[in-house]
Design a protein around this ligand. Structure first.
Ligand SMILES: NC(=O)c1ccc[n+]([C@@H]2O[C@H](COP(=O)([O-])OP(=O)(O)OC[C@H]3O[C@@H](n4cnc5c(N)ncnc54)[C@H](O)[C@@H]3O)[C@@H](O)[C@H]2O)c1
Length: 257
């Protein structure tokens, strides 16, 4: 039996890059998966391939939208065992040029979004624990970044708002882990380094950047979305039933080098 068989997950930002790989991995491993994205059309490729996937148009930065998504998940699955807060955006402006509007936009998606989504589905995650009985846990996995811990301008331009928003998500993870432990909901983070997705395609198009990157990556290669997905699969399942408040770095050794 696959490790996520009979379980239900929701993945935000499932239409591209890391979110798409996370959703497909969970589906391959047996879960029913609610795919959430602001771009509904981006989800068609997965729903056409996997009958256990449902597509929901949702903006994680909008409370009404997260509540409506939770309701649609309740109707489709009746409960949830795993929420993956993956949707995130990056923008670039130097500190002195950074507008209040852009600061707010990045925080709204990267930090407030995971708060709103987690709050909207907490009842469903509790229902997941109840449905699976004695010893069961549900899980939230937040996709932070090495940029929550160190500052490397991984997108190739200054991004203090990205750093700060991911730092906030890291502490949200740790604080929620404590508050939700009594409900048997574990809350962990996956912190990716450079992963080859549409998010980083521009930067990775430059051979100089790739050389610079590989020099600093002990494992000697750029990360793939599947590397992130496999870490989420572990933290989201019962093999991690005593792991909460933790960050799993998926960076080829970047942060320890
Ligand atoms: N790619 C990397 O190198 C890297 C490194 C560290 C962390 N991350 C994190 O991984 C996550 C995914 O990144 P990616 O590289 O796959 O990006 P991506 O741009 O390829 O995909 C992001 C997805 O999120 C969706 N989205 C954006 N705003 C949304 C919103 N308000 N509501 C719902 N969906 C929304 C987009 O439509 C898109 O499908 C992000 O949180 C990012 O910060 C990426």
């Amino acid at each position: 039996m696959s490790i996520h068989s009979g379980r239900f997950a929701a993945v935000t930002g499932a239409g591209s890059g890391n979110g798409k790989a996370i959703a497909e991995t969970l589906l391959e491993e047996g879960a029913g998966v609610a795919l959430l994205d602001i771009n509904l059309g981006s989800l068609t490729e997965i729903t056409e391939k996997y009958p256990r996937a449902i597509a929901i148009e949702a903006n994680v930065a909008d409370e009404g939208s997260t509540r409506s998504a939770a309701e649609q998940i309740r109707k489709a699955f009746g409960r949830l065992d795993l929420l993956v807060n993956n949707a995130g955006i990056v923008k670039g402006a130097t500190f002195e040029e950074l507008s209040r509007e852009e600061w707010d936009q990045v925080f709204a998606v990267n930090s407030t979004g995971p708060f709103l989504m987690s709050q909207a589905v907490t009842g469903l995650l509790r229902d997941g624990v109840a449905a699976r009985g004695e010893g069961a846990t549900s899980a939230i996995v937040n996709i932070t970044s090495v940029e929550a811990h160190i500052v490397i301008s991984s997108s190739g331009h200054p991004q203090i708002h990205y750093n700060a928003s991911k730092g906030a998500l890291l502490q949200l993870t740790r604080a929620l882990a404590v508050e939700c432990a009594g409900s048997k909901i574990r809350v962990n983070a996956v912190a990716p380094g450079f992963i080859e997705t549409p998010f980083t395609r521009g930067v990775l198009g430059s051979p100089e950047v790739v050389d610079w990157l590989l020099e600093r990556t002990p494992m000697g290669r750029v990360g793939q979305p599947e590397d992130v997905a496999n870490a989420v699969s572990f933290l989201g399942g019962e093999k991690a039933s005593w792991v909460t408040g933790a960050t799993l770095f998926v960076d080829g050794g970047w942060t320890v080098y």
